[in-house]
Write a protein that binds this ligand. Structure first.
Ligand code: SIN
Ligand code: CO
Length: 397
């Protein structure tokens, strides 16, 4: 394997090798790993679309476009999402603005033809070709993308700054809707000319600013579903194909040792019912199931008391013999977990002790007296303040 420190960050391309190397070398050394600037990836590059056509596309009802104007003096950013109007363009300043149009490959066959050069990637990994037009100073500000992107300079010059520091801060500026980084310290800067291309893997902070005159940048962007999206969709897919008769079942049930406990036998049955979840660890499976089953088929929920009880007030009431009534709409279950127990109530999980969790599941009414630990006190306080346990003051003698 090639050592990372001997890999150049800048190479020269050619008509034969737009990546400046073979696709196999690029995939091995750079793809999803590190940035690469390819000078003249497309020698004598002729842009497949002109700025006027791009502006025309931004007027279309269904085209996805954004017009971004930067007020440099006050560092304010104005974002107008498309469809744009002739008036929007007429009112742009002479500099510091950019127009971005997504999915241009879907509208324009010449633009789509650029994808021929990216055939070495699975075609379903390609998202779109986004094209930007900018006047000097125009850009979207420093940011991070979640996807691999090839930034090909089409017209004019663009100054690119990136950071290949893996520990670069990733906090966003809260005052700008563009998800701009609040701190950006570039490690590399380049001026790109037409035909130059910058490859960035996901997560590399970058900032491209139009320089000198009109600037067009063509971004070939990839797509990669998140684990959350994949998981959600897979669950829907599987659920759609299951019959209503396939259910959790327990013909082997033995008398409960502890009321309300999701025990080892229940966990084993769950794993049998959900064979595709076999890869999950027990703690995750129990935590999910406890939340799920304690809110499953709940027609109503308890209402929190009007006035929140303080910890001191609860301690005082309990010491005086106050009772706690389990709200009829509180559905409870519990499980032993590492270092204690979790009590599940109406879809929520609360740290608990096994003793108190079982007591709450077993008794509709309890008189706990002085809580045995900080965990128990915090549990009772949370349950009272969420309405799952209703405090009844001790009767005066
Ligand atoms: C651009 O302004 O053309 C590129 C936007 C980006 O950095 O993703
Ligand atoms: Co970007």
């Amino acid at each position: 394997m090639t050592k990372a420190h001997s890999l150049p960050i800048e190479v020269r391309g050619s008509a034969k090798q737009p990546l400046g190397m073979t696709p196999a070398q690029f995939l091995r050394d750079y793809w999803q790993k590190r940035p690469l600037l390819i000078r003249q990836a497309f020698p004598d590059f002729v842009p497949p679309i002109q700025p006027d056509d791009l502006a025309g596309l931004a007027l279309e009802e269904t085209a996805l476009s954004r017009l971004i104007v930067h007020d440099e003096k006050r560092d304010r950013w104005k974002v107008k999402t498309g469809p744009l109007s002739e008036k929007d363009f007429a009112s742009t300043p002479n500099s510091n603005w950019t127009l971005l149009v997504q999915d241009v490959d879907k509208w324009d066959a010449d633009v789509a033809a650029l994808l021929e050069s990216f055939r070495f990637l699975p075609s379903w990994r390609v998202d779109d070709i986004m094209i930007s037009y900018a006047e000097p100073g125009g850009g979207v500000g420093p940011h991070v993308d979640q996807y691999d992107v090839f930034l090909l300079q089409g017209i004019g010059q663009r100054h690119w700054a990136i950071s290949d520091d893996p520990n670069a801060p990733s906090d966003f500026r809260l005052d700008v809707e563009l998800k701009q980084l609040s701190v950006f310290e570039p490690t590399h800067e380049w001026m790109l000319e037409p035909g130059d291309m910058l490859y960035l893997p996901p997560g590399v902070p970058h900032d491209g600013v139009a320089f000198g005159g009109p600037c067009m940048t063509i971004s070939v962007g990839m797509r990669a579903p998140s684990q959350a999206e994949l998981t959600g969709d897979l669950a829907d897919y599987l659920a759609e194909r299951m019959s209503d008769e396939q259910r959790y079942n327990d013909p082997d049930l033995a008398p409960a040792k502890a009321v309300g406990e999701i025990d080892r036998a229940a966990l084993a049955r769950l794993k049998q019912t959900l064979p595709f979840a076999a890869g999950l660890d027990d703690a995750t499976l129990i935590d999910w199931f406890g939340r799920f089953i304690s809110r499953y088929r709940n027609a109503q929920a308890p209402v929190p008391p009007e006035k929140e009880l303080t910890e001191a007030a609860l301690v005082k009431q309990l010491a005086a013999g106050a009772r706690l009534l389990r709200h009829p709409w509180a559905r409870v279950a519990w499980a032993k977990v590492r270092g204690g127990a979790t009590l599940f109530v109406n879809g929520h999980a609360f740290p608990a002790t096994a003793a108190l969790a079982e007591l709450i599941c077993r008794e509709r009414e309890l008189t706990p007296g002085k809580p045995a630990s900080a965990v128990e006190l915090a549990l009772l306080l949370a349950l009272v303040n969420e309405g799952h346990l209703v405090l009844r003051k001790a009767r005066r003698r």
